[in-house]
Ligand binder design. Structure first.
Ligand code: BDR
Ligand code: CA
Length: 330
């Protein structure tokens, strides 16, 4: 039986790849996608999500627009990592995919999460790969919804170093109060896939060629989107990352299908919300005599080859299409 899953996304390039797996792998039943402001403003994360689902003929999966701002801060909407239009711009405001043919639902992301998690008679899986604004709001309105979730898988946090600041990973930094609330909300299981893990699952240009050679819409789209990430990482990090890129959010979906793709430690994690230099930093209590009760299974490693194998397996069986050169590069 396929696993009923909800994705919460701020679609950008790596969220798009995560959707391409979650919507197409037969072992997952993607019942809904909620969007949030993050990589780009929520209007664009919603539009980008619709573009991805339309492209692979999965417009049957409803998309619910979520929060436009972090829960306790203003002045953030759609923080961009890099200058738009430059080679180092990883996501662009709109993904280079054909325009969406379908529309988002009128129900908001928070309403959808509350209704679905209150109503379900079986536990669902929730994968959150953007700032945690929607999840924190829903769990604050009705804390009991946590019991309807068998695993809340979050892409966020970092131990060795951040990406948006030296201390902080983007998703946690973008709404640190929300992240702290979610980490302490008492979900039965919370799996946190950190940058330390996702930076081990690097995808190469050769992998992109393999995805494109599958001759499926998902294979072509993934090849283009990940190539764009490799261009951006090469521009921003130079030789240190050597013609590869992490595809953070896809690792979370891959973990549902192949749990051993990551290795985890059960730890107490909190988020710094006040430090002028360290705001958004995830603090993992790794002391042998740690005092806090562990609240997250934290992934610090990930296997790149297992990830690539799973992506190929997922997209190989999609509808085949002969591509018009340049049709996704607009
Ligand atoms: C995370 O931040 C976003 O830019 C990506 O989509 C990913 O979810 C990585 O720090
Ligand atoms: Ca994301």
């Amino acid at each position: 039986m396929s696993r009923k899953t909800i994705l919460d996304v701020d679609t950008g390039t790596d969220d798009a790849v995560a959707i391409l797996v979650a919507a197409l792998h037969p072992d997952l039943d993607l019942i809904g996608v909620t969007t949030v402001s993050g990589n780009v403003p929520v209007e664009n994360t919603t539009d980008n999500t619709l573009r991805v689902l339309d492209l692979i003929n999965r417009s049957d999966i409803p998309v619910f627009p979520g929060l436009a701002h972090p829960i306790a801060r203003r002045g953030f909407p759609g923080q961009r990592h890099f200058t738009p239009g430059t080679k180092g711009d990883m996501h662009g405001i709109s993904l280079p995919l054909p325009e969406a043919r379908t529309a988002a639902q009128s129900t908001s992301a928070v309403e959808y999460l509350l209704e679905t998690l209150r109503r379900t008679t079986e536990q669902l899986t929730l994968v959150a790969v953007g700032p945690l604004s929607n999840i924190a709001t829903a769990a604050t309105i009705d804390p009991s919804i946590r019991d309807a979730v068998d695993d809340l898988v979050v892409m966020g946090g970092a131990h060795a170093h951040g990406n948006v600041t030296a201390s902080a990973e983007f998703n946690v930094w973008a709404d640190p109060e929300a992240a702290n609330m979610v980490f302490s909300a008492g979900f039965p299981r919370l799996t946190l896939v950190t940058l330390d893990a996702t930076h081990q699952a690097l995808i190469t240009r050769k992998d992109c060629a393999t995805f494109a050679a599958l001759e499926t819409p998902a294979g072509h789209a993934a090849a283009d989107l990940i190539s764009r990430r490799i261009d951006a990482y090469s521009a921003n990090h130079g030789a240190r990352i050597a013609e590869t890129a992490p595809v953070h959010d896809a690792v979370c979906v891959a973990y549902l299908l192949r749990p051993d793709i990551v290795t985890t430690r059960h730890l107490h994690v909190t988020v710094d919300t006040t430090g002028p230099v360290t705001v958004g930093r995830t603090v993992f209590d790794m002391r042998p005599n740690a005092t806090g009760t562990p609240n997250a299974h934290v992934a610090f490693t990930a296997d790149a080859r297992m990830l690539v194998g799973l992506l190929v397996e997922t997209w190989a069986h999609g509808q085949r299409s002969l591509r018009v050169p340049g049709d996704l590069t607009g």
